[in-house]
Unconditional design. Sequence first.
Length: 76
Amino acid sequence: MRFVVFVWSPDAVAVRHAGELARAGVLLDVGDLAPAAFGVSGYWLIDVRDHEEAVERVKRIALPACVVEIRQVAVV
């Protein structure tokens, strides 16, 4: 299953912290987006077994002062 993980942070952290997901072989895409009201937004597109695995993989990454949202991507 594919999930997009949005990360809202005061700093651009998505690209910097993508290494662990890449080493695990689940990272499909990563990017930092234009600044949002909260700060800088970024995303990871990952391919994992289920939502629980997505949550566990994101929990392993140190993301201080971040808001994280994990959403399943519909594959058509």
